[in-house]
Design a binder for this molecule. Structure first.
Ligand code: FES
Length: 103
């Protein structure tokens, strides 16, 4: 695994997200209201909107555009999306968020 720092934990307030490109891959890092971090492909597989305004709840991330939900572990979709969302591993070290886009 190869984790790349994408910013400090203080940069992303709980309930918000950040778009970032890692090794040429456009991703979104979201911080839940509870404070945990999750990384995923930037584009929602339903219609391509950014997941940056996604909402994390009950083990899923919900796209803010049309409400498709994706499992945070597997990326498996629920209606209206049919294709899975790519989920990436996140590591928190010394106050920084790092993501492995090659996993
Ligand atoms: S673009 Fe995400 S649900 Fe439609």
């Amino acid at each position: 695994m190869s984790f790349t720092k994408v910013g400090s934990i203080d940069e992303i307030e709980p309930g918000t997200g950040k778009e970032v490109t890692v090794e040429g891959v456009e991703i979104v890092v979201l911080r839940s209201d509870e404070g945990d971090f999750h990384a995923m492909a930037k584009e929602c597989p339903h219609a391509g909107f950014s997941m940056v305004d996604g909402i994390i709840e009950d083990g899923c991330v919900e796209c803010a555009a049309h409400g498709a939900q994706f499992d945070l572990e597997t990326g498996e979709p629920q209606s209206p999306a049919h294709d899975p969302l790519q989920i990436y591993p996140v590591q928190i070290t010394d106050g920084f968020v790092a993501v492995d886009v090659k996993a």
